[in-house]
Design a protein around this ligand. Structure first.
Ligand SMILES: *Cc1c(COP(=O)(O)O)cnc(C)c1O
Length: 364
């Protein structure tokens, strides 16, 4: 926690705004809108809910095709299945580890040739690194396909000066416990289209029509963020700049200590991109260290109580998605085979970072 969270939560208790919605939700939404540079944001109870609502708002129907980045957390794609739409996975490019624009275009033209234009695309800024938005947006503009931008890991990241989460027809944020800021659990849906955000608020509170009795003309959801959780979010937003600064410091430290070692690969920021460095991720080049060295390191560190993690296992490798069509180029397979997420929490001390680096060097 950053400092003021308890105050805002206490305020909610003192004023009896414990029930859903209230001043903390309004204030938190305002902070988020300012951060993203959009007019309106709807605070929701998870990022997954925001993705699901996003698909609903774009009118994605059962049987529609939705193209989704393969190298991501499963929550990016699960909501496609909630509505019985059809996911198709797109592999990553090597510069940012996000959606490969060339494969995206190939998938779009193939789907069109098969008789149906994809209804939406879900691109992700994984680990806080902005995707190649110019290229992706140019393709989607050309084919007139709406983008859902999964910025769950990228709050505070920018691409050519513009906030991640503000490019898509729909932008999605998450405040789950593992993210750069948290509301214990929460998410948000952003859009430059104010009507879409208003509609998101309507759908997320059970689509109640303005009537004295409960009147529903459309299917609703219970996806709103509570005023208590939003109080935590308000305090967290005040420390977001510090969080980003600390995460970037942690990346710089690892880079300085490990970056000159032959075969250890970092993910540099391309010109014009600013990453929040949510997690520092490295690759152990198989040609230098042999296959599976990332897992050898992970297990050795685990024994001495240092937690590291594999990178996201690509969705096309997940049993639950085994039937899903995928456009692959080997990039995400290689990332998963070679990669490791290093301890990156904003509160990791310099001593802990030193220790992580020393232990990794010993293993080498
Ligand atoms: C965390 C995360 C989500 C889901 O957010 P929740 O708030 O946990 O539902 C979606 N996509 C990505 C890339 C994430 O990291």
């Amino acid at each position: 926690m950053g400092g003021k969270e308890k105050e805002y939560v206490a305020e909610a208790f003192a004023t009896n705004w414990v029930a859903p919605l209230g001043p903390n939700v309004d204030a938190f939404e305002k902070q988020l809108a300012e951060q993203l540079g959009v007019k309106q944001v709807a605070a929701l109870n998870t990022g997954t809910a925001a993705l699901h609502l996003g698909l609903q708002l774009l009118g994605v129907q059962a049987g529609d095709t939705v193209l989704c980045q393969s190298f991501t957390f499963a929550a990016s794609a699960f909501p496609i299945l909630y509505g019985h739409a059809k996911p198709v996975f797109i592999d990553s490019e090597e510069q940012t580890w996000n959606m490969d624009p060339a494969l995206l275009e190939q998938a779009i033209t193939d789907e069109i040739a098969l008789g149906k234009k994809p209804a939406a695309v879900i691109a992700v800024h994984l680990y806080g690194m902005p995707a190649q938005m110019n290229e992706i947006m140019a393709i989607l503009d050309r084919y007139e396909i709406p983008l859902i931008e999964d910025a769950a890991e990228a709050l505070g990241s920018t691409y050519q000066g513009k906030a991640c989460g503000s490019f898509g027809k729909i932008g999605v944020l998450s405040f789950n416990g593992n993210k750069i800021i948290t509301t214990s659990g929460g998410g948000a849906l952003a859009s430059t289209d104010e009507e879409l955000v208003k509609k998101a608020r309507f759908y997320s509170t059970q689509s109640k029509e303005p009537a004295p009795y409960y009147l529903h003309k459309e299917i609703g959801f219970n996806y709103r963020l509570s005023n208590i959780c939003a109080g935590i979010g308000r305090g967290q937003m005040e420390v977001l700049p510090e969080r980003v600064e600390r995460r970037r410091e942690i990346y710089d430290f690892y880079l300085q200590e490990l970056g000159t070692i032959d075969g250890i690969v970092f993910l540099p920021e391309p010109e014009g991109s600013f990453s929040n460095r949510w997690l520092t991720t490295i690759l152990f080049d198989e040609k230098i260290f042999g296959a599976g060295f990332n897992e050898t390191v992970r297990q050795a560190l685990e024994k001495i109580n240092i937690e590291t993690r594999p990178l996201w296992k690509p969705l096309h490798q997940q049993p639950v998605f085994s039937e899903v069509k995928a456009y692959l180029n080997g990039v995400s397979d290689k990332l998963f085979a070679e990669g490791l997420c290093l301890p990156s929490g904003s509160n990791t001390t310099d001593e802990s970072l030193q220790r992580v680096v020393q232990e990794i060097k010993k293993l080498l």
